[in-house]
Ligand binder design. Structure first.
Ligand code: SF4
Length: 420
């Protein structure tokens, strides 16, 4: 029996019930929202995953993407990235490895991570065929899904929304960037070359059976997401979302947890609109957005651009933010890039949760303000997103007294104000 099935019957296990307390939510409401698919808790039956709820009324969660590429395969570094992402607060990790040894990477990353792990199984099918995308078979794709399900992957990105009808419309669009999702390009290339329907769309019922068997949360990928601001919110992006909305309904009917993925690159004034469209069409399925980046000029600083977009997205209703690192669009992220990307997303999530009035967020805001007022530096460092960096700044220009810093020195407004 899957989690959603339990919730539909009105009960959850003790460990799941604790999540309602963490989210300051009435237990019955929490159970109801899992039952109707508005909250998900990704966990494969084969894995001892730390539980984390994503969806309506819960705090905004963040995901960090890690994994090898065909140009950079170093197991130790990717394992360290997993550790550092979790240390700085990632609620989930996606292993997006595409190097030849991706299976070994996945195992190593899963071994050191307790948070939910996500993957994009079609990568494994393509890598196993040594990169020959058009030669993969339906069985290759589903065998990768089955292997990963058995290994304990908690959530999987599956680009089920691209079908032949949508691709025919895509040919008429005047996009600058075309298709930029890796999974989306693999499938589109395969479909056009073989003149076949998308196996993940065609065999969706079978996919749901597999997801049900292992209680995997499916993450419906947006293969036609825009790759630049100019391409945002066009006909094919919205049409794919409509397809995904129909697939959400089917997954819920089959007692499979489902989330929906979204863009990407969106002008700030369209961020709220994108979330509202998704929430309406997909009946409030948890929304997982990549960033979104709100200017295409931020190379080297895309984590900042994504944090701006992510804060507005989460405030507008997105539930799960996929981080973006400073090396986005330029290179595979370093350890430091992963850390900066996670911190930027954590800031975006906190900003949104404050604006949404979440108690868990406001408790932290009040605690840090009291610590600042009382010159309790240790408490301030503890509450900050990067304690070490905050501490280093304070120590860079040391002062004799606790009741000031080197910014205003003896004219410290807080100190003077306290005296008054
Ligand atoms: S010295 Fe200035 S910046 Fe530093 S704590 Fe006091 S008021 Fe704040």
């Amino acid at each position: 029996m899957t989690l959603i099935e339990d919730a539909k019957k009105g009960f959850l296990g003790k460990e799941h019930e604790k999540l309602a307390t963490i989210e300051n939510m009435d237990l019955n409401k929490f159970i109801r929202r899992i039952g109707n698919g508005k909250i998900v808790v990704p966990k494969n039956i084969n894995r001892d995953t730390k539980l984390c709820s994503i969806g309506k009324g819960t705090s905004t969660k963040i995901n960090a993407n890690i994994g090898s590429s065909s140009k950079m395969e170093d197991m130790d570094i990717e394992v360290d990235k997993a550790k550092i992402a979790i240390e700085y607060g990632a609620d989930a990790l996606m292993d997006l490895s595409t190097g030849p040894d991706l299976k070994e990477f996945r195992k190593a990353i899963m071994k050191v991570s307790n948070v939910p792990i996500g993957t994009v199984p079609i990568y494994e099918a393509v890598v196993n065929k040594k990169g020959s995308i058009v030669d993969i078979t339906e069985d290759d794709i589903f065998n990768a899904i089955i292997n990963q399900a058995k290994e304990g992957v908690d959530f999987m990105t599956v680009h089920c929304g691209i079908n032949k009808d949508l691709l025919s419309k895509f040919k008429e669009t005047k996009r600058i960037m075309g298709i930029v999702s890796r999974g989306g390009t693999f499938l589109s290339h395969w479909m056009m070359h073989n003149d076949e329907e998308n196996p993940l769309f065609k065999n969706y019922e079978y996919l749901l059976e597999l997801a049900y068997e292992y209680d995997i949360t499916i993450s419906l990928g947006d293969g036609l997401r825009p790759g630049c601001l100019k391409d945002a919110t066009d006909i094919v992006q919205v049409q794919e979302l409509i397809n995904l909305g129909l697939l959400v309904k089917k997954a819920r009917n089959k007692n499979v947890q489902v989330i929906v993925e979204g863009p990407g690159h969106v002008p700030l004034n369209q961020v709220g609109t994108n979330i509202q469209i998704q929430k309406t069409i997909c009946d409030e399925a948890p929304f997982y957005v990549l960033g979104p980046i709100v200017t295409d000029l931020s190379m080297g600083y895309d984590h900042i651009s994504a944090a701006i977009g992510g804060a507005l997205a989460a405030y507008s209703g997105a539930d799960f933010l996929c981080y973006v690192t400073p090396s986005e669009h330029l290179s595979i992220p370093s350890l430091d890039d992963v850390k900066e990307g996670v911190i930027a997303s954590k800031i975006a999530a906190q900003v949104a949760d404050n604006a949404l009035g979440l108690k868990s967020a406001w408790d932290k805001e009040i605690a840090v303000s009291l610590a600042r007022k009382n010159f309790n530096w240790d408490e301030m460092f503890k509450l900050s997103f990067n304690s070490k960096k905050a501490k280093d700044y304070r120590e860079k220009t040391p002062v004799d007294e606790d009741e000031m810093c080197s910014m205003c020195g003896e004219y410290c407004a807080l100190k003077v104000g306290k005296d008054i």
